[in-house]
Design a protein around this ligand. Structure first.
Ligand code: NDP
Ligand code: 2IT
Length: 460
């Protein structure tokens, strides 16, 4: 007897977005970030499937939104005073149809499973867009590295890896950095992995260049975002020279995006951090980048402390989105740019909003930006893919036992960002016009690679 389909997860009404979302929300209650990320993809993919017979009745979107597995760990460690501390960590292994699981680890006291599921889901599409043989994953812990000594961070990383290493491996799952995890954390995690497995292999990326890391991995996400912006500007008949770019964040992505933007003659008018905004009336001068990198990578300090020294005006608690700019590049956290912010950008004549962070724009902000004729929006899964792309190249170098020179990595990064841009144009050009819907282009191009890989490998 044929089973009766009683809900949308059965695929009975998979062509209907609201029906699909209702099922997803019921299966993942309260996970609002995950719902948001899926809705942004499903809004493009559901109608696409409805028009493409070969993808129908395959439960593809349902399968793509269900992680392969989620592992969570209790991580206990001793702080410098000898107190026992307990944290929770996760690894969300989302989909490995296109290659071994690949994606960063986030250390953030407010981290939840919903956030990691949104990030893991996005990562599958992003990694598919790079064209490299990597699948999608994300992980992290509700651990706050701020205010911790190096020794505490090391003990935490060692404790985390002691639980997580069973699930990792160069052909299995390869983590990297993300918010709160940079070169220091990846170094400690890799050291513990090597100690536990007795193997020196590329089971993590973002390593120091002295022990298997790739040239340019540190810079890759920010540089890649600017390469992508360059292609967008070119398509709109211009370039980045003299353009005013408002950047949020002062972390890895924001700082290296600022560095490349300045190199190409753009004017970086803002940076921000969790404390507030720095406004550079005349643009950030390249000579101050060194102090900024030092502040955030070594001293782990606040922008407020060096705003004057680097020629900026500090505004506590403010966001960059009401500062006049040609291009907005949110590079901090999810949902940092809302509908009102989108309104300010449109009113102030901004022409491009490109997501350097993962899902920094709320759903309503994206809708508002997409509805404005004067502005072009590009999603994180395309714009910030340079980081994971160079992670993929690091993996290749580790497998070859051969580091590549900086030029070669940069050339590959530029090529990959150009190809991602071309894929967005191919699948996102609006009918009867020259305009590109980058969100749709990225979603459909990512979906196609993932879908074809999944279908070819059978029902699982
Ligand atoms: P970092 O931890 O290096 O930096 C994060 C920055 O965001 C910090 O400057 C932090 O401030 C700031 N920040 C945090 N919360 C807020 C807030 N509410 N308002 C303003 N600023 C805030 O992280 P990354 O630069 O690595 O990551 C940034 C984004 O880019 C994330 O969405 C991440 O997932 C994404 N991404 C990162 C990649 C990578 O290779 N690192 C690759 C692709 C995407 P403070 O300094 O005060 O803590
Ligand atoms: O969101 C991301 O793409 C990252 N944090 C980078 C992941 C990676 O494996 O380099």
């Amino acid at each position: 007897m044929k089973a009766r389909n009683t809900d949308c997860f059965s695929g009975a009404d998979a062509n209907d977005l609201e029906c699909f979302m209702k099922g997803l929300e019921r299966r993942n209650p309260g996970e609002k970030e995950f719902h948001q990320a899926v809705r942004e993809v499903a809004a493009d993919v559901v109608p696409f499937i409805a028009a493409e017979k070969r993808y129908q009745n395959t439960m593809l979107l349902e399968r793509m939104t269900e992680p392969d597995q989620i592992v969570s760990f209790r991580v206990c460690w001793l702080d410098d005073e000898g107190n026992t501390r307990a944290n929770r960590a996760w690894r969300v292994q989302f989909n490995n149809a296109t290659g071994p699981y690949k994606g960063g680890l986030r250390f953030d006291p407010d981290l939840t499973e919903s956030v990691l599921k949104f990030l893991g889901f996005e990562q599958c599409f992003k990694n598919a867009l790079t064209g490299l043989p990597i699948g999608g994953a994300k992980g992290g812990a509700n651990f706050n590295p701020k205010g911790k000594s190096d020794a505490e961070v090391m003990r935490f990383c060692q404790a985390l890896m002691s639980s997580m290493y069973h699930y990792l491996g160069e052909h299995r799952d390869i983590p990297a950095g993300d918010i709160g995890t940079g070169a220091r954390e990846v170094g400690y995690l890799f050291g513990q992995y090597r100690r536990l497995t007795h193997e020196f292999v590329g089971a993590l990326t973002g390593k120091g260049v002295a022990f298997g890391g790739s040239e340019l991995r540190t810079e890759a996400t920010g540089y890649g975002a600017i390469y992508f912006l360059g292609h967008m500007a070119d398509r709109m008949g211009g370039d980045l020279e003299g353009r005013k770019i408002a950047i949020s964040g002062a972390g890895n992505v924001a700082r290296y995006a600022a560095e490349k933007a300045i190199e190409l003659g753009a004017r970086v008018v803002t940076l921000s951090d969790s404390g507030g905004l720095v406004h550079f009336e005349k643009g950030l001068a390249g000579e101050h980048l060194g102090s900024l990198h030092k502040l955030k990578e070594e001293q782990r300090g606040a922008l407020e402390d060096i705003a004057d020294e680097i020629g900026g005006a500090y505004h506590e608690g403010r966001k960059p989105w009401d500062v006049e700019c040609d291009i907005a590049l949110p590079c901090a956290v999810q949902n940092e740019l809302d509908e009102d912010d989108a309104g300010h950008l449109i009113d102030n004549g901004c022409r491009i909003v490109a997501e350097g962070a993962n899902m920094p724009c709320t759903l309503k902000a994206v809708e508002r930006l997409q509805a404005a004729d004067s502005i072009v929006f590009a999603p994180g899964k395309a714009v910030n893919a340079g980081g994971v792309a160079v992670s993929g190249l690091e993996r290749t170098q580790n497998a070859q036992h051969m580091p590549w020179p900086k030029d070669e990595v940069d050339e590959n990064l530029r090529r990959i960002m150009r190809e991602i841009h071309d894929r967005c144009v191919e699948y996102g050009t609006r009918q009867g016009s020259d305009a590109v819907d980058y969100r749709k282009g990225a979603n459909i191009a990512g979906f196609l690679r993932l879908a074809d890989a999944m279908l070819a490998q059978g029902v699982m």
